[in-house]
Design a protein. Structure first.
Length: 142
């Protein structure tokens, strides 16, 4: 199991992992089946994954298609399938790419809150609207 971080003088434990998509679509770096089961069994321990966007892979793909990401290390069959799904969800929900990616975390069956680092207030407001979109777990089946 990956390293846990306990905040001193509290009973708060966090597990900092990222959303990575190098190998097969929307997968979790460091958050394997054992870690996910741990969080199902211990709902008091919040998983706080880093909301990585793979160097903008999904944003670039949505804006310019496969040619826009052809040289990316994230260009894999799985990521292309996931990017196509992201575009579908953007259309279905009239959502932005960031909102669709953030929505993934809200569809887990354990307590999960992504760490997100917006560049400005507009990006923060955009991300906060993701919680108003009625995503469902099946949206993220790739």
């Amino acid at each position: 199991m990956p390293k846990m971080i306990t905040i001193p003088d509290t009973d708060i434990t966090i597990f900092p992992f990222g959303l990575g998509t190098v190998n097969a679509g929307l997968t979790w770096d460091g958050t394997d089946a054992e870690m996910q089961q741990y969080h199902r069994d211990n709902p008091g321990n919040l998983l706080m994954p880093y909301m990585g966007v793979c160097s903008g892979f999904f944003h670039k793909y949505a804006a310019g298609g496969a040619d826009a990401v052809a040289g990316s290390p994230y260009y894999t069959d799985g990521n292309v399938k996931a990017a196509e799904r992201v575009i579908e969800l953007c259309r279905k929900y009239e959502a932005t790419v960031s909102q669709v990616v953030m929505g993934f975390f809200g569809q887990q069956d354990f307590a999960c809150a992504p760490l997100y680092g917006p560049k400005d207030a507009a990006q923060l407001e955009e991300a906060m609207k993701a919680f108003d979109i009625p995503f469902v777990k099946e949206d993220y089946d790739v």
